[in-house]
Design a protein around this ligand. Structure first.
Ligand code: FAD
Ligand code: PYC
Length: 415
């Protein structure tokens, strides 16, 4: 046994430095209360403190920090979207991802791997070409490639013409990347705490407090008592309708489970991230060698996070069509998170009709990659009271104004 470990074993107190402080008592009030200690809430807290000097901030989470969808996602980071609004937004996020380990002083294991979206039909070749053109126009590196080049990038994939759905082409996005999701939450939490932000895990918000006419938020009720706040940000991913409903707001969201799984570790053989919308399948190989795999959302709205055999059977069938060589590989773990799906597959961000209440929601199956830019834009929006220019098109109001931002062709696997 290493000597250091033995010494710690006998020490009265654990001498290593904690990443973030022990949960303090809740104060009676804060300038800003953030509901949700996932990547989005923590990034917003960090940027409020770092960019705007607003440090009287409490982040409240009903569980442990980063234990929601931040811990459940498959960590795909990319900007190869379809709408100009989406591409510009995610492209800014990617700029922040590249330097995030340095900014946070915490290794988030960001690995640029390249991202391939396969096209198995003429219609999907057309969509990939469309995406490539929009991407290039906005300086995002994406191009349509053909089976010969796909085979060079992914020699292990079955590209024969005799399979049920032959691969005709792919949208190739070289900047596509993966990262370590927990590290992202821990890094933002640690740096926010350094600047004076209070972190409150195991603190569930049970009600939003408002003025008697409901027009202004005044605080939150929690499982540890009431807390006053001038401004409240909800960043609760799969619970967005529940929290917004506490202030009388109805969101155009359906909450649906999304499942994923990992295989036993294998020697590195798959560098790029592979997505097939038609086969409802995607896969990447993590730094540990595990295949991280997922598919479409479950076919029904639900707040349950149980894994199903149906999902695994369907996913494995499709995975083996692309990679028949994996037939003996074992699945190690399977899990689910709740994806809040908007009708146009774009997020809902900005101020709400309730004064002082801000929203970062509608992140469906696509919000991990947005974590850094959500931090910047939501902090700006809370600090100034005005939606950041990058998120103006994502306002809740767009559903009243019939001004949706249709990302249907780019929300990854089918929904
Ligand atoms: P979360 O990390 O869920 O944080 C919200 C927090 O709010 C939780 O910790 C929760 O405990 C807390 N909370 C909820 N209710 C309350 C309450 N009443 N009081 C206090 N706290 C509360 N996106 C991508 O970009 N790429 C991917 O590859 C990808 N893969 C995915 C795979 C799966 C299986 C799933 C489920 C999602 C995937 N996503 C992906 C989507 C992504 O995970 C989410 O959009 C993103 O993590 C949302 O981050 P968040 O911080 O908003 O939410
Ligand atoms: O947003 O790229 C994505 C994604 C892949 C799987 C789930 N979400």
């Amino acid at each position: 046994m290493p000597f250091g470990l033995l010494k710690y074993g006998f020490a009265r107190s654990y001498p290593a430095k904690r990443l973030f402080p022990v949960r303090p008592p809740l104060k009676e009030g804060y300038d800003v209360v953030i509901i949700g200690g996932g990547g989005h809430g923590l990034a917003a807290a960090y940027h409020l403190a770092h960019d705007h000097g607003i440090t009287d901030v409490a982040v409240l989470d009903k569980g442990y920090l980063g234990g929601g969808n931040t811990a459940r996602n498959t960590t795909i980071v990319r900007a190869n979207y379809l709408t100009p609004e989406g591409v510009s937004f995610y492209a800014e996020s990617m700029k922040l991802w590249r330097d995030l380990s340095v900014r946070l002083g915490f290794n988030i294991l960001y690995a640029q791997r390249g991202h391939l979206t396969l096209a198995h039909t003429d219609a999907s070749v057309r969509t990939m070409r469309w995406r490539a053109e929009v991407n290039k126009h906005l300086d995002v590196d994406s191009e349509l490639i053909w089976p010969e080049e796909i085979g060079r990038l992914v020699p292990s994939m079955d590209l024969s013409r005799t399979v049920r759905y032959p691969v005709l082409a792919a949208l190739y996005h070289p900047p596509g990347a993966i990262a370590r999701h927990d590290a992202v939450a821990w890094g933002y939490a640690a740096r926010a705490a350094d600047k004076g932000v209070e972190l409150h895990p195991e603190t569930e918000v049970t009600a939003l407090l408002t003025t008697p006419d409901g027009s202004r938020v005044t605080g939150v009720e929690t499982t540890r008592g009431p807390v006053r706040a001038n401004r409240v940000l909800q960043a609760v991913a799969g619970s967005s309708s529940l929290i917004a409903g506490m202030a009388g707001l109805r969101l155009p969201i359906r909450s649906i489970p999304l499942q994923a799984c990992v295989s036993q570790p294998l020697k590195p053989f798959l560098d790029p991230i592979i997505v097939s919308g038609s086969l409802h399948t995607y896969v990447s190989q993590s730094a540990r060698g595990e295949l991280v795999m997922g598919g479409a959302t479950d076919p029904y709205p639900l707040y349950g996070t149980r894994s199903t055999l149906d999902f695994k059977e369907g996913l494995m069938g499709h995975m083996l069509e692309l990679f028949p060589g994996l037939s003996e590989v074992r699945i190690l773990r399977q899990w689910a998170g709740i994806a809040d799906m908007t009708p146009d597959f774009s997020p809902i961000m900005g101020p709400t009709p309730v004064e002082g209440l801000y929203i970062d929601a509608g992140w469906g199956t696509w919000g991990f990659k947005a974590t850094p830019i959500c931090g910047v834009t939501m902090a700006h929006t809370l600090a100034t009271g005005e939606a950041h220019p990058l998120i103006r098109s994502f306002a809740l109001q767009r559903f009243r104004a019939f001004d949706q931002v249709g990302e249907k062709g780019a929300a990854s696997v089918g929904h």
